[in-house]
Design a protein around this ligand. Structure first.
Ligand SMILES: *[C@@H]1O[C@H](CO)[C@@H](O)[C@H](O)[C@H]1NC(C)=O
Ligand SMILES: *[C@@H]1O[C@H](CO)[C@@H](O)[C@H](O)[C@H]1NC(C)=O
Ligand SMILES: *[C@@H]1O[C@H](CO)[C@@H](O)[C@H](O)[C@H]1NC(C)=O
Ligand SMILES: *[C@@H]1O[C@H](CO)[C@@H](O)[C@H](O)[C@H]1NC(C)=O
Ligand SMILES: *[C@@H]1O[C@H](CO)[C@@H](O)[C@H](O)[C@H]1NC(C)=O
Ligand SMILES: *[C@@H]1O[C@H](CO)[C@@H](O)[C@H](O)[C@H]1NC(C)=O
Length: 398
């Protein structure tokens, strides 16, 4: 039980990328693994019944640590030392197993082992929680499946986007029709948007700069968009004061679209539980999607990830709890499906099974996640559709 959990954690540590954030996580993981090795060492002396099993598991563990050690050249020396230290401890434990195997067996630990398993089941949950806190990934949901869909309206042409405010102080909706424009409509809530005389209820906002593509995002009073006819300028616009707050360049973006099936969008912006993200295409990254975390208050680009998700046949993408989900389709419109995910927290490393959208034929010009109601707001050939999701914890494998 415990070993399996340790192995998951070791795999987690082994699969993370070599960058400074990950190094800090690595050292937390190392410390955690070390504490688990200590408890293992204790138990090794008590329970010879399971020694064969432990022996096998420990060999696997040390094998992985050795291969990790080879990669460690990129990492800081102290992390390397910790791994070496752990390796020595595991070797010692293996020697102890050999010794205990030849020593005379006794049955005294059988009952105790059962008790241990009980308490460990409980503590494993507690430990998971603590690790997540340490790694600052308290937001750990992922999409399990697309549960339902509801087409709420038909308005506008094939290209556009609509979003719900990503802040929690209002349920406002924002409507952007066309591949570019300098106006948008704001609705107080879903009821007003779906009402018959919705245009009369809308607030028609004219911007001083025009937007391009379907990459808009709104958080509380601020609208974020790719400024029309610029390579990669992102505008932060104050919808309350009707003024531009800041304009920043997203360097590297603008040369190719992130989603080849939605070539009108060069920079997609998205809010999740952790804040603002941008997605763009990059030729130097093999055309794969580059994900950037932007501080939406200061507009500083905090970190960028060269994801493994291709832009070929992609039509849209969204971010949930720091994980990018890319929606793929065919050029003629087919069944949209999520076929690539990229988790910046490094928890999901396995390839996920393909997740299908419910409609047989669709063509999404945009798919926007709202972290407040955890739904997707999609623009499907001029139909405004809401998808509800089933989620699960990133740690629970299917
Ligand atoms: C966790 O991350 C959030 C943003 O992702 C940050 O505001 C917060 O300070 C972090 N907490 C800790 C304890 O590092
Ligand atoms: C809204 O979000 C802010 C910051 O995330 C939080 O402090 C506040 O409690 C939330 N308010 C409601 C009503 O959920
Ligand atoms: C956006 O820029 C294009 C040129 O790149 C121009 O043709 C179009 O009229 C602009 N749209 C708006 C709304 O300004
Ligand atoms: C919003 O206002 C602009 C000009 O101010 C106008 O061209 C546009 O038709 C208006 N949109 C709606 C839906 O009323
Ligand atoms: C908008 O901002 C600019 C520069 O920050 C300022 O000169 C202008 O007066 C502001 N306009 C309004 C309506 O607040
Ligand atoms: C992404 O890949 C490109 C090309 O290989 C490289 O120049 C860039 O530094 C990489 N960015 C990150 C954040 O790893």
């Amino acid at each position: 039980m415990e070993l399996v959990f340790i192995q998951i954690l070791v795999l987690f540590a082994l699969n993370t990328d070599a960058n400074s954030q990950r190094e800090a996580q690595d050292s937390i993981m190392m410390r955690y693994i070390e504490s688990r090795v200590i408890s293992l060492e204790d138990r090794l002396y008590k329970c010879e019944q399971v020694l064969h099993h432990y022996d096998y598991e420990l060999k696997g563990l040390s094998h992985r640590l050795i291969s990790r050690l080879e990669e460690q050249s990129k990492h800081r020396a102290d992390v390397k030392r910790e791994v070496e230290n752990l390796l020595a401890r595991i070797e010692r434990a293996e020697w102890d197993i050999d010794y205990l195997e030849t020593a005379s067996p006794s049955n005294t630990c059988v009952e105790m082992d059962e008790q241990l398993v009980e308490t460990q089941l409980e503590s494993a949950e507690e430990e998971k929680r603590k690790i997540l806190q340490k790694l600052n990934t308290s937001c750990t949901i992922m999409v399990a499946q697309i549960k339902s869909q509801k087409t709420v309206k038909r308005s506008g042409g094939a290209i556009g986007s609509w979003i719900r405010n990503a802040g929690n102080s209002s349920e406002r909706l924002y409507f952007f029709s066309g591949p570019n424009g300098d106006t948008l409509l704001e609705f107080a809530n879903m009821e007003e948007f779906t009402s018959r005389d919705y245009l009369e209820k809308a607030r028609n906002i004219s911007l001083m700069y025009s937007w391009q593509g379907t990459g808009q995002a709104v958080h509380e009073n601020f609208l974020f968009f790719h400024k029309n006819a610029t390579l990669n300028e992102i505008v932060k616009y104050d919808l309350g004061r009707e003024n531009v707050t800041e304009t920043v360049e997203l360097s590297g973006a603008g040369s190719i679209p992130p989603y080849q099936l939605s070539p009108f969008t060069y920079i997609d912006l998205a809010f999740d539980e952790q804040g603002l993200w941008s997605m763009h295409g990059d030729v130097s990254n093999g055309g794969n999607i580059v994900l950037t975390k932007i501080n939406y208050q200061t507009m500083v680009m905090e970190h960028a990830w060269n994801t493994s998700c291709q832009s070929a046949n992609a039509e849209a993408a969204f971010v949930i709890c720091g994980t990018l989900y890319v929606v793929y389709n065919t050029a003629s419109g087919g069944r949209s499906h999520i076929d690539c995910i990229y988790d910046t927290s490094g928890i999901i490393t396995d390839k996920m099974p393909t997740l299908y959208f419910l409609r047989r034929y669709s063509s999404h010009a945009s798919v926007k996640y709202n972290p407040i109601d955890q739904a997707l707001y999609a623009w499907d050939e001029g139909y405004q559709t809401v998808y509800r999701l089933d989620t699960r914890a990133k740690y629970e494998h299917p």
